[in-house]
Design a binder for this molecule. Structure first.
Ligand code: MTE
Ligand code: HPA
Ligand code: MOS
Length: 781
């Protein structure tokens, strides 16, 4: 890899280039910007490649009376058409529960569900042909929203309850009580590279699949099952994704299975690439939630008892909804100690696309719930919202046990919030904004500071494992492979930095290679922000094995004790001699030393009993806080972000340049979720917002005019993570809760903070205008 120097790059004299902690650029940045990076669709197409398209259901819930595909088969360029009955193995692409058919067998459960696949000579021919099916439906009653599903008792998985203390009594005995309902919308992942897979039949029934996936191993397993083969018969590779954001944790299996089935049937290479509209209609998104709350608190704003009912839209199947809703429950505390608490979580079945992972994985929805309530309490008591937040913060040594009975041992909320309060001039600006608002009848400003505490680890304990494979060649260069995947987050760069550091060689001596199920087996999805924690440690273990072998060889060859062998800056000192790393490697090879090693890691300390919702699901927590200031036009509901100040904890950052990008990107993506991104379905269950023309993700012009991001300096992770760093992929997304509350604060100023504004997310201009009107009418929504 080619390491270019950047202004932030700190290379001390006599140190390797690209070691741990250096702000080196993403390994592929020069390829990204020049268009040379190979994404799945850029891989040279094999001879005889067939292009696929999918025929979709036009009904939300119906029996298929007749599926007449004659016109499809006869269309120009069409070679083959497949329906459910043609699948030789398992007709399932569900990751946890086998309730997700690849091709719908007789019953459809959402608009967009795959019914058949077409193979043709060109993409256009395949897509045109797919529209020629004649389908007769017998309509069944669809259930299209979570509350109707709760009433009907329709769930994809059983309802879960988490209780600690006596919330009923605590609420009843509290000085004040509030109850209400709010909600938060879903979100499309809007990766720039859409879902895609290319399957190549090999000899003797084997199959090779290129898939844009966060989870090559799962694609391997599901595709093998679909074609009626074993895992050994299928290899899946992914060099990089053009963004994933959770949308490629489970969803790529559908695409890859369709390609694999057609490749097996035709004996030819097959590629399926969804077009943007179909991608948005056919694949899962973030879950939208309905949130009911009841809270009892005292005059100071301290919460004594709280109850939540969460009802999420899971769509037609279970997908990852179990773990997502668990994580929502785990994050209903955010930064706050909830002594008496009850959380009921309904995993609602709806006849809409099955919802799935999205950055934060349910955590953001849980945190939205508690932040909404804390803000509500402050407004009710006419107290400063930050004071009420502080009043409820987890303590140190006391008030430090979560509702799921994990002790918060690494709490750094106070120092983060104290510092941010000062650097953002929060106090002064609150006063200034109030003054501004008194003198400004139309434009109103608002401000909010919100904290983030996010649990790091897969909540399903068994997923917290990783493997790596490292080869050293006789010229002293290195090939590194691990079970993680690259989606733009910089994982491959970070893992290579770890290897560079361990072997004390420059980063450009290390070749970063594609994720590949034949190199590292049984890997978990790259998800839960744990990619670098897990794969960094696995790669470290592999590099240490090699280093040990080289040390043993050097000791024997040069008759020195172990402590006389030292790796430093591309050199190895052996007693009084110094030689290049490559030289030692060559000698070791010549003396018949193995220069290939695997590494394995499993996260220590975690244990968690899902039956009782208790234990230690998280190895540690990542923290951060943000102050946002917005200005709202009360005649139109439009708003702008004036200023954002962020202070975020990355532990000892493996790469400050990459981590900075994650903080900024996560924050902006969260802001889109809470403000402009709105999914809109018709009464018949048809998603109408399936392109950028109707679905508005943030652009550069939506950034805060004044955007200040700072990383917490020298904050080593208290736990023994890879070089004491912290996961950073997801936590910053939730810093955007401050934007929502800044807008809410501006709305409240319309009647001088007398009425508590009701505001759902996303706070689109329409929603903001409606909330303003309601405040003007004295609170009646
Ligand atoms: N950053 C970019 N550029 N693209 C992505 O798709 N996905 C996010 C986050 N940051 C994503 C990203 C999500 S949902 C997760 S879980 C983490 O990256 C996964 O990578 P990591 O565990 O290596 O941080
Ligand atoms: N986060 C992300 N993905 C997951 C998780 C999680 O906690 N559990 C299973 N898949
Ligand atoms: Mo991220 S939602 O855990 O892929």
């Amino acid at each position: 890899m080619d390491v270019r120097s950047s202004p932030e790059q700190k290379v001390r004299a006599g140190e390797i280039t690209g070691g741990v902690g250096q702000a080196v650029p993403h390994d592929s940045s020069h390829l990204h910007v020049s268009g040379e990076a190979l994404y799945t669709d850029d891989i040279p197409e094999p001879r005889g490649l067939l292009h696929l398209a999918v025929g979709m259901s036009m009904r939300a819930h119906a029996k298929i009376r007749q599926l007449d595909l004659r016109a499809v088969r006869e269309a120009p360029g069409v070679l083959e058409v497949m329906i459910a009955d043609d699948i030789p193995g398992e007709n399932n692409c569900g990751p946890v529960v086998a309730d997700d058919p690849i091709l719908a067998p007789g019953i459809v459960q959402y608009v967009g569900q795959a019914l058949f696949s077409v193979a043709a000579s060109t993409v256009e021919q395949a897509r045109k042909a797919a529209r020629l099916a004649h389908i007769e439906y017998e309509e069944l009653q669809p259930i299209l929203d979570p509350l109707t599903a709760v009433e009907a008792g329709l769930f994809v998985l059983p309802t879960q309850t988490l209780k600690r203390g006596d919330s009923r009594a605590a609420i009843a005995n509290a000085q004040h009580r509030l109850r209400g309902r709010t909600g938060v919308g879903g979100q499309d992942q809007f990766y720039l590279e859409g879902q895609i897979a290319m399957a190549l039949p090999g000899e003797d029934g084997s199959l090779f699949i290129y898939s844009s996936t966060q989870h090559p191993g799962e694609v391997q397993h599901l595709a093998a099952a679909a074609i009626g083969k074993h895992f050994k018969d299928v290899v899946v590779e992914c060099r990089r994704m053009g963004g994933a954001f959770g949308g490629k944790e489970s969803q790529p299996a559908l695409i890859a299975c369709i390609a694999a089935l057609m490749a097996q049937r035709t004996g030819r290479a097959c590629k399926l690439r969804l077009d943007r509209d179909d991608d948005m209609i056919m694949t899962g998104k973030r879950h939208d939630f309905v949130i009911d709350y009841e809270v009892g608190f005292d005059d100071t704003g301290r919460i004594h008892g709280i109850e939540f009912m969460l009802a999420s839209r899971c769509g037609m199947s279970a997908d990852l909804s179990g773990a997502i809703n668990d994580r929502a429950m785990f994050h209903c505390d955010n930064a706050y100690y909830l002594e008496n608490v009850s959380i009921v979580s309904h995993r609602c079945k709806t006849h809409t696309v099955s919802n799935t992972a999205f950055r934060g994985f349910g955590g953001p929805q849980g945190m939205f719930a508690i932040e909404y309530v804390v803000d509500e309490i402050a407004r009710y008591l006419h107290l400063d919202a930050l004071a009420v937040r502080r009043r409820n913060f987890y303590g140190k040594g006391e008030r430090n046990v979560t509702p799921y009975l994990q002790t918060v041992e690494d709490n750094i909320l106070e120092p983060i919030v104290d510092r941010l309060e000062k650097t953002s001039e929060y106090r002064k600006r609150v006063e200034e904004i109030r003054r501004f608002n008194r003198g400004s009848p139309v434009l109103k400003r608002g401000i909010a500071l919100t904290p983030v505490k996010f649990g790091i680890s897969f909540t399903a304990t068994h997923l917290n494992q990783a493997g790596a494979l490292l080869h050293v060649y006789t010229d002293g260069t290195v090939h590194i492979n691990h079970g993680g995947t690259e989606m733009g987050q910089g994982l491959f760069t970070k893992v290579a930095q770890v290897v560079a550091e361990e072997l004390q060689i420059d980063l450009d001596r290390i070749r970063i290679t594609a994720s590949d199920t034949s190199k590292v087996p049984n890997a978990s999805a790259t998800a839960a922000s744990s990619g670098s924690d897990l794969n960094g440690k696995a790669a470290q273990a592999a590099a240490r094995k090699i280093r040990k072998r080289l040390i043993r060889f050097a000791c024997e060859r040069f008759s020195v004790p172990e402590d006389q062998v030292e790796f430093h800056n591309n050199q190895v000192r052996i007693g009084n001699e110094t030689m290049g790393f490559g030289e030692l490697v060559f000698l070791a090879w010549f003396a018949r030393t193995s220069l290939s090693a695997t590494g394995f890691y499993r996260t220590p300390k975690i244990n968690y009993d899902r039956a009782t919702f208790s234990g230690r699901p998280f190895f540690y927590y990542a923290y951060g806080a943000a102050v946002s200031e917005a200005i709202v036009d009360t005649l139109t509901g439009e708003y702008r972000l004036l200023r954002v100040d962020i202070l975020h904890d990355c532990g000892k950052s493996l790469n400050p340049a990459i981590d900075m990008g994650q903080i900024e990107g996560g924050f902006v993506q969260g802001t889109g979720w809470l403000t402009s991104e709105e999914l809109w379905w018709t009464a018949e269950g048809e998603l109408k917002t399936h392109a950028p023309s109707t679905y508005k993700i943030p652009t550069c012009s939506d950034l805060a005019v004044d955007f200040r991001v700072e990383m917490l300096e020298s904050a080593a992770n208290q736990e023994n993570t890879i070089y004491r760093s912290k996961a950073v992929g997801e936590p910053p997304l939730m810093l955007s809760l401050s934007v929502f509350h800044a807008i809410r604060d501006a709305i409240a100023s319309v009647d001088d903070y007398r009425t508590i504004p009701r505001l759902r997310a996303p706070a689109t201009p329409e929603a903001v205008l409606a909330a303003i009107e309601a405040v003007r009418n004295g609170g009646a929504a």
